[in-house]
Design a protein around this ligand. Sequence first.
Ligand SMILES: [Zn+2]
Length: 284
Amino acid sequence: MSRRNNPERLGAPQPDAPAPPPEVTNTQTDIFSFINPTEFVDLPSKGALYPEGHPAHGLESIEIRHMTAKEEDILTSESLIKKGVALDRVVDSLIVDKRIKAANLLIGDKNALLIAARITGFGPDYGVKITCPVCITENDCNIDLQAIKSKSPEETDSKLLENGNYEMIFPEYNNLAVEVRLLRGADERKLTQNREQRRKAKKEDSLITDQLGAIIVRVNEVTDPALLKQFVEQCPTKISREIRTRYEKIMPDVDMSVPFTCSNCEYESEVDMPMTAEFFWPRQ
Ligand SMILES: [Zn+2]
């Protein structure tokens, strides 16, 4: 029971009694809670891939608040956008359990939260331009975010280890064993920062070696980061492609592929939903 409802406080103050201290209440959150609902967002990982002790361990869903002006402030804060952290801040701000942070969530789980948050703030209609890969015509598309579903990890030969990592074996290369970790929000942010730095320095992109470097934590018995870096640089394309293909399969995520038909040349295919600025800053 809150202090405000304490019946003792309802009586007239006694003349000899000292004046009661001014009441301290958190009225902002109390009074307006009814206009700030929450909802549970299903995690593609079902919480199964977080080690014991992680706040999302075993959680099938995470409770988030609906977006408010506070999150719009974060989204319009230019310095945050430049640092590429605005979306993580929004996720952190919305998650009810403050022990859970976007930086520590698997990327697929974070994506599920971002999509749910976007729906609570701006609705499920996402208008975006998609360029036809055949005739290069820009198509105005409308994506229904509610139709986006989770994809569960596929059955593969990769073995789930106790620490939540996977071991991939390559029999055609002397049973080469590669242990990979599933990337989290913080890794994604670091990869984006690397890409930005290279772009600014006018260096060539290194997307593939960056990603491999981020996911590979062991090759056979080797765990030394400097040696793993060498492996990544010398890794034959056949193996590196295979690692990335298998990684895509084991990574729980939301299925962001959407059907696309070009209005100009009628080319049809599935394309990956682009996450452009309009995702959180819809055109009016
Ligand atoms: Zn076309």
